[in-house]
Design a protein around this ligand. Structure first.
Ligand SMILES: [Zn+2]
Length: 312
């Protein structure tokens, strides 16, 4: 009888414990939000960037004032003359506002083209391509010409719809051709499929950086750029950035990531033609970014919320 009592008591206790645990578990289940698998976002990148600031500083202005090498002034981002030379467009990043063809210049007769009336580019890109083609000519390579430059959204949409292999084409608003900073360059008598192995294609891949132009989709870069190897597609970014990307073997996506990961007071130093250029990465705070004082500057947004400041 006493045994039975003990067994019964133990059973009641066990049931009570189990019921209690279930109630507790349910309570916590209600309180704990469902956490999805974390996906890194742009916001997280920004926060990581900001965490590199000195821990003692309380404000953005204070962080900058602690920099031993630079004094900074503030500038409203709406007042910045944004060159756009480092704007990132790919499958993830698109233009928010279509750029008008009135900001472009007809490429012919400054550079040879396949369609005289139809090819427009950013004036800076035309000048750079002209220099590159002159240098190629001096090395005995004639016949280089532009086959595609600036495109409207409508033109890109038509191209996208009519292309079977979309490894080579981006949807409208995502193409660099909307900026007028990208051009497709071919050689007379060289089929597109043979450009990469031709003297013309090899020369451009080897030398374009000297003129501020990058081979935007090199072989083996599709996992990062989202576009298959295009030996004909060159993008203007400027000589300073192009040289750094070349020397460090970086794609545009990789270069921008490196800049984004700079600490708040860090900058890259790039020497070109006897001048040292300092590259800063700035993220606006309340619509304001900090600019180094007393230097010449060229500024470009990256289309990801930040600004690249080239100072010299
Ligand atoms: Zn292209």
């Amino acid at each position: 009888m006493r045994y039975l009592m003990v067994v019964l008591a133990a059973a009641v206790l066990a049931i009570a414990v189990v019921v209690g645990l279930v109630v507790l578990a349910r309570t916590f289940a209600d309180l704990t939000p469902i956490v999805a698998v974390p996906v890194p976002t742009r916001v997280e990148i920004l926060e990581t960037h900001e965490e590199t600031a000195p821990q003692t500083a309380e404000t953005w202005e204070e962080w900058h004032s602690q920099s031993p090498n630079w004094t900074f002034t503030q500038a409203d981002i709406t007042a910045i003359d944004d060159t756009g030379y480092l704007i990132l467009l790919n499958r993830e990043n698109s233009l928010s506002v279509e750029i008008d063809i009135s900001e472009m210049q007809q490429a012919w007769p400054t550079v040879p083209v396949s369609f005289i009336d139809d090819i427009f580019l950013h004036p800076t890109a035309i000048a750079a391509i002209r220099q590159m083609l002159d240098a190629a000519q001096a090395d005995g390579l004639s016949g280089l010409h532009i086959t595609s430059g600036f495109r409207t959204y409508a033109q890109q949409a038509a191209l996208y719809e009519n292309t079977v292999n979309r490894a080579f084409v981006l949807p409208p608003a995502h193409s660099e051709h909307h900026t007028g900073l990208a051009a497709d360059i071919m050689a007379v008598g060289v089929p597109q499929s043979e450009l990469a192995q031709s003297p013309h294609g090899r020369w451009m891949a080897e030398n374009s950086w000297r003129f501020g132009l990058i081979l935007r989709y090199p072989q083996g870069s599709q996992a990062i750029t989202g576009v298959a190897f295009e030996p004909w597609h060159f993008r203007y970014v400027g000589r300073v950035h192009a040289q750094y990307m070349r020397q460090n073997g970086l794609l545009l996506e990789e270069y921008l990531a490196r800049l984004q990961n700079l600490g708040n007071f860090d900058n890259l130093e790039i020497s070109l033609d006897g001048t040292t250029f300092y590259i800063f990465y700035e993220i606006p705070r309340n619509g304001v970014i900090n600019l180094p004082e007393g230097l010449q500057m060229a500024i470009s947004s990256d289309n990801m919320g930040g600004f690249i400041v080239k100072a010299w």
